[in-house]
Design a protein around this ligand. Structure first.
Ligand code: ZN
Length: 297
């Protein structure tokens, strides 16, 4: 404390923010530049949302010198935190702010995606509303493009408006190289090793749609964003069923390839029958063998 007092003004003024950033539970916040905080233009309209606005701003910028009791001090302290959060949402979409948040993102300071197929992809904080006190902060994964609740209860209560609804999207527009490659990996529900029919049918349909879109994009020479699409310039997708119908180029097959193809088709048909059987089994009968599975609520 004494160190700060004895040092120059600029170091002294970083004190409250230093304390705020390093407090437990505030790990998602980056430090707002003093220049940004002292430019009134950046704070336009915020005064209406913050009680004791001027005192709070003085506290944040370390020029607070009001002699007041503890209750008042606590109220102003609370206002200062709220003010900082509101300014933070504006600051993190500026060039400087984006750079600071990018550093934190690279170190995965906001956590990692819990989804297995995202392979611990780093998350970004996001708000569901730009209006304060509406929704707490969520975490966005750019790989699965889904959002998650923060793990820690300290983070789960932070106001989402302190990050806003745009930051996590703007950062990928400013740094397009950061957009992760889309993965075609997905979970397929199995019952004793057999695909569950309804889910499998949906997956086949979704895969066909996705591949159709990828083909269209590639025909237009647009980036599909999927992993490995840059390398292969013709279709060699995992599922052959949609593939074979579209491809009308004459295929030259050796005898071995032909046999292999026939064998694969037979296997596919068998798999399909097994799925159908499993479906019939599960929906039509054998309720007793799966107690509770389809019991009415
Ligand atoms: Zn994810």
């Amino acid at each position: 404390m004494e160190d700060f007092v004895s040092e120059s003004d600029s170091e002294y003024t970083s004190y409250w923010r230093d304390w705020f950033i390093s407090s437990r539970g505030n790990e998602y916040f980056c430090e707002i530049d003093e220049d940004y905080l002292t430019d009134r233009f950046n704070l336009t309209g915020i005064n209406a949302d913050v009680t004791y606005y001027q005192y709070a701003l003085d506290l944040v910028t370390d020029v607070f010198d009001l002699d007041c009791d503890d209750d008042m001090r606590e109220t102003i302290e609370k206002s200062a935190r709220h003010l900082y959060g509101l300014v933070h949402a504006r600051y993190i979409v500026t060039t400087r702010g984006l750079t600071k948040m990018l550093e934190k993102y690279k170190k995965a300071e906001f956590g990692k995606c819990p989804r297995v197929n995202c392979h611990s992809h780093p998350l970004l904080p996001m708000g569901l509303s730009d209006v304060h006190s509406v929704k707490p902060v969520k975490l966005f994964c750019a790989r699965c493009e889904d959002m998650y609740n923060p793990k820690s209860s300290r983070h789960a209560t932070i106001d989402g408006a302190y990050f806003g609804t745009s930051f996590h999207n703007i950062i990928f527009q400013v740094y397009p190289a950061l957009v992760p490659a889309k993965s075609i990996e997905r979970y397929a529900p199995l019952v004793y090793g057999f695909k569950v029919h309804a889910a499998a049918a949906l997956e086949r349909w979704q895969n066909a749609k996705r591949d159709e879109m990828r083909r269209r994009l590639r025909r237009l020479e647009m980036d599909t964003g999927f992993q490995g699409d840059d390398e292969d310039d013709h279709d060699d997708d995992d599922d052959d069923d949609a593939d074979d119908q579209e491809d009308d180029r004459p295929r030259v097959e050796t005898e071995g390839q032909g046999q292999l193809r026939q064998h694969q088709q037979q296997q596919q048909q068998q798999q399909h029958h097994l799925e159908m059987d499993a479906m019939v089994d599960i929906t039509a009968g054998n309720h007793a063998s799966r107690p509770g599975a389809f019991a009415p609520q």
